[in-house]
Design a binder for this molecule. Structure first.
Ligand code: AMP
Length: 224
């Protein structure tokens, strides 16, 4: 009981400290990019960070599913790619995401879950935001066997049309071809942090929070 209260108190202090720092030191909004294969745990961590940091979590997969459910032109065009385990073309993703970024709630920073997924998307995003944001990229790395295991569980719970072993195989192939090169792309810009996705979710969350704190400390010590 005492331990639990202490841990809640500690979390509150941590959030207060991190959020305070986000605004006080860093006038540029923090953008956290979550990279990782399908079912690597990006969505879980995005939800955690959204709550902790009180900034929106933007998932291009989720935005596409909303469009699909609402039967918009974009949603109907995108579904043929999604159901084959292929990536939706860059122009469609960029238009959809950039429109979302115009909303006011993104001004204090946001989390990107599942974007960018190609070099073209990463470059277009970077050209759009320029140096107006502080980027931090987290790559959640997990072995294929674990991804398949998780997809099986998720398919039963969420009933996603693309959560089948055959489509996952295709999504993983496309991930390796088109998305994995982003790890090097961001590493070469010194923006990348690696996380072991085989750890349990709570441990990953605390590792990500520690990375964010370190980043804020580094920014604080380098600011004039
Ligand atoms: P997710 O929910 O992130 O696993 O995305 C589900 C599906 O939506 C992916 O398998 C792709 O077909 C599509 N998708 C989501 N985000 C992107 C993106 N950034 N670029 C291209 N396709 C995407």
């Amino acid at each position: 009981m005492v331990n639990k209260s202490l841990s809640i108190l500690y979390s509150c202090i941590l959030v207060f400290f991190v959020c305070g720092h986000l605004e006080a030191i860093n006038s540029r909004p923090l953008v956290i990019i979550l990279l990782g294969a399908p079912a690597s745990g990006k969505g879980t961590q995005a939800a955690f960070l959204k709550e902790k940091l009180q900034i929106p979590a933007l998932s291009t997969g989720e935005l596409l599913r909303e469009n699909r459910n609402n039967k918009t032109k974009l949603g109907l065009e995108a579904e043929q790619y999604i159901d084959k385990g292929q990536l939706v073309p860059d122009e469609m993703i960029l238009g959809m995401l950039f429109e979302r970024l115009n909303e006011k709630d993104t001004q204090k920073g946001y989390i990107l879950d599942g974007f960018p997924r190609t070099l073209g998307q990463a470059e277009a995003y970077s050209a759009k935001v320029g140096s107006s944001v502080e980027l931090l990229v987290i790559n959640i790395d997990a072995p294929d066997s674990l991804l398949f295991e998780r997809i099986k569980g998720r398919a039963q719970k969420e009933q996603r049309s693309d959560d089948t072993p055959a489509i996952l195989e295709e999504r993983l192939k496309n991930y390796r071809l088109q998305t994995a090169p982003l790890v090097e792309y961001y590493r070469s810009q010194h923006l990348l942090y690696q996380i072991n996705g085989a750890e349990d979710a709570a441990k990953i969350s605390s590792q990500i929070m520690a990375i964010i704190q370190d980043k804020q400390r580094a920014l604080a010590s380098s600011s004039p």
